[in-house]
Design a protein around this ligand. Structure first.
Ligand code: ARG
Length: 578
């Protein structure tokens, strides 16, 4: 498509009387394909020329005229719609995708640029709740998208591993140490310990002093306190990593909040030096009233630092250490105010890159349907959700002829894929509903997965792999793409051709759902093609006509590439068989 964009821009530029680059930037892909392949909106130009947009569009269209590979230039309201010859589009898409192979969709436009993505970031000694799933899955997808575009990406897990609650944890452990429980039940044992301490300290306030005492010792670097804190941290991290492995998510740094403890004074001094701080009831704050926000708290009256202080230190450290030009924070909407305050303080400190810090927020996660109970007061664990989906797919696969090991592997990939895709299907600001019957949809009659789901896309991918197996030889790279002129084929080739655009837009808008939507379109279009072939022999992919078959197989191979690459970007494993 890039090639045609350039060509159309060159053709329209002298007629519109504006530079080629300006035309190019304005060109859109019409939502309705019947309108054409590219459209030039005339609003801005018409305003400048004090002309009605439709009149200008008509004038440009009539002067432009059509010549190969442009089939038609027509005015439609305020737009100049351009239709490219299907043969040219198909040939270009197939050739470009074939040449690029696994790199199709990627680019090196991010070369030499670094972006830090802060994602997942769960809290130590707390269960890995379902709320952190979204951050992990969205952040993981953004990580892969930007990497695919050639950026150097640093995945940073800003663990919540500091705060007065650790004083309570240590005090609780000193009272009721239970090695066996910790070894067996890990984080759950820690949570119980914490809850018990919390409850009993309501009756016995001296316990709160005890906890405060331990936190002071921890802050002062006391060896015993430190060792316990480290154990709690390791225990939690061990469990988190199990989930990350299941999701196929990795991090370049696990520098959590505690890591910044020795960097906080410098930050406070910096802000003081700029005259930004003031005392308020014994606490040190940055006043943000002018921007209609509550003050940003840097130090409490007892000198303890806060979440915000550590985030200011983390931002500057990341920028200095990695040379990050952008920092993305993949965190729920409930922290909107926190990030607005953080970015404002950075801006007030005169930090130029503050404007390139972005809060990539998202909606809530809800569990519904009967298969997962959310008993009152019980947090739903991410691992439970994943395992429920895995068990469910394992049941479906039970009767299949597959060896046990493979069944296990496929069941995992499909279960995880279902949960991940469900999370990335809609725009991230929307709430996500987890209902097992919706996330995995299975038709027991045709024995196939269906619906707008991860398993369905994995299934579409296996079908394409099956086709290649059926073909029985290597799919040739060089084919006569002009043989692919069925409307189904043109539609598919266009979807292959626009994949690079889709990847770029998904990254720039921090919106993996753009990839999800594209994959659903691709698999729906392929399904139509495949089924049309079943009804009408002349449309079958593998036919007695060798040249036609080779061309159709090449197209199918490109479709498979797009599907596999897109699924991988999202964090869903493309399967060969299932
Ligand atoms: N640990 C925090 C929480 O669970 C999220 C941290 C997000 N990252 C950040 N730099 N503040 O709420």
């Amino acid at each position: 498509m890039e090639k045609f964009r350039a060509l159309v821009a060159e053709r329209l530029s002298p007629i519109a009387g504006i530079p080629v680059e300006a035309v190019r930037a304005l060109l859109e892909v019409p939502k309705d394909p019947a309108m054409g392949d590219l459209a030039f909106p005339c609003f801005a130009l018409a305003k400048e020329r004090k002309q009605p947009p439709p009149a200008l569009a008509a004038e440009i269209a009539s002067r432009a005229g059509a010549s190969a590979p442009i089939d038609a230039v027509e005015a439609k309201g305020p737009y100049v719609n351009v239709r490219i010859s299907p043969a040219a589009l198909v040939t270009d898409a197939i050739e470009s995708a074939t040449r690029a192979g696994d790199r199709w969709g990627g680019s090196d436009e991010g070369k030499g640029r670094t972006i830090v993505i802060d994602y997942s970031s769960p809290n130590i000694a707390k269960p890995f709740g379902i709320g952190h799933l979204r951050s992990t899955v969205i952040g993981g997808a953004l990580y892969r998208l930007f990497s695919f575009l050639g950026y150097r990406v640093i995945g940073s897990n800003h663990l919540g591993d500091w705060g007065t609650q650790f004083g309570m944890m240590i005090a609780a452990w000193k009272r009721w140490p239970d090695e066996a429980a910790l070894a067996q039940r890990g984080v759950r044992a820690l949570v119980e310990l914490y809850t018990r301490f919390h409850q009993e300290s309501e009756k016995d306030p001296s316990m709160k002093d005890e906890a405060r005492g331990w936190f002071k010792r921890l802050e002062a670097g006391d060896a015993e306190a430190r060792a316990l804190w480290e154990r709690f941290r390791e225990t939690s991290l061990g469990e988190f990593k199990r989930v990350y492995e299941l999701l196929g998510v990795t991090f370049d740094s696990y520098e959590g909040e505690a890591f910044y403890n020795d960097k906080l004074d410098a930050v406070v001094e910096l802000l003081k030096g700029k005259g930004l701080t003031k005392e308020s009831q014994g606490a040190l704050v940055v006043d943000l009233e002018k921007w209609k926000m509550p003050p940003c708290l840097l130090r409490k009256s007892d000198d303890a630092s806060l979440y915000a202080t550590r985030d200011i230190a983390a931002a500057t450290w990341r920028h200095d250490k990695y040379g990050a030009e952008r920092i993305l924070y993949v965190v729920g909407m409930d922290q909107k105010l926190h990030f607005r305050q953080l970015f404002k303080v950075l801006e007030l400190a005169g930090i130029e890159w503050a404007s390139r810090c972005v809060h990539v927020d998202f909606g809530l996660y809800r569990i519904s349907g009967g298969k997962m109970s959310t008993r009152q007061g019980k947090t739903v664990l991410l691992e439970e959700v994943l395992n429920t989906a895995i068990d469910y797919t394992a049941q479906i696969l039970e009767g299949r002829e597959m060896d046990a090991e493979k069944k296990l592997r496929v069941g995992r990939a499909v279960g995880v894929g279902a949960v991940v895709f469900n999370d990335l299907k809609a725009r991230r600001s929307k709430d996500v509903d987890f209902d097992l019957d919706q996330v995995v949809q299975y038709d027991s009659e045709t024995k196939s997965f269906k619906g707008e789901t991860g398993p369905y896309l994995q299934y579409a991918h296996t079908r394409l792999c099956g086709l290649v197996r059926q073909y029985g030889k290597a799919v040739p790279d060089q084919v006569d793409a002009s043989l692919l002129l069925l409307p189904e084929e043109v539609a598919l080739a266009k979807l292959v051709g626009s994949f690079p655009d889709v990847v770029r837009r998904a990254a720039e808008e921090y919106e993996p759902s753009i990839v999800s939507g594209h994959l659903l379109d691709v698999s729906a279009a392929f399904n139509r093609y495949y089924h049309a072939g079943k009804l009408d022999g002349s449309m079958r992919i593998i036919t007695p006509d060798e040249a036609k078959t080779a061309a159709r197989m090449r197209l199918s191979a490109c479709v498979r590439h797009v599907l596999a690459a897109g699924l991988r970007l999202l964090g869903v494993e493309p399967l060969e068989e299932m």
